[in-house]
Design a binder for this molecule. Structure first.
Ligand SMILES: [Zn+2]
Length: 113
């Protein structure tokens, strides 16, 4: 249950932010989750629903997930392509000198109070 660890991490961050801004209750937390991060969104929201029952600050709050599409950059031809569709090999020039530009995010985008 990798997702449960992530949920505790999110809760800790949200609590810190709430304390700094004198927030008493949070309605929703919006997450940016990369398409090729190892997170399964459904597991994450399940863990969230369970975990927030123990947190007065977050009781009844929703975890909203914004999926960030994965994009890979190719160093050989300088172009970008969809990671999930083509993998490590550039569809434009066939090079494997490629690296993930985005799509691995696990970050809090917004806290709604
Ligand atoms: Zn290329």
């Amino acid at each position: 249950m990798h997702e449960l660890g992530i949920v505790f991490y999110i809760i800790k961050d949200v609590k810190t932010a709430a304390l700094e801004h004198d927030v008493q209750h949070v309605n929703a937390v919006v997450m940016n989750i990369g398409e090729v991060s190892t997170i399964v969104p459904d597991y994450l929201t399940d863990c969230w629903r369970w975990a927030v029952t123990k947190e007065p600050l977050l009781e009844g709050s929703e975890l909203l997930i914004n999926i960030i599409p994965a994009v890979t950059h190719c160093d050989a031809c300088g172009r970008e392509y969809e990671t999930v569709r083509y993998g490590k090999k550039c569809p434009h020039c066939g090079s494997d000198q490629t690296w993930l530009l985005k799509g691995n995010e696990v970050e809090i985008k917004e806290i709604q109070v």
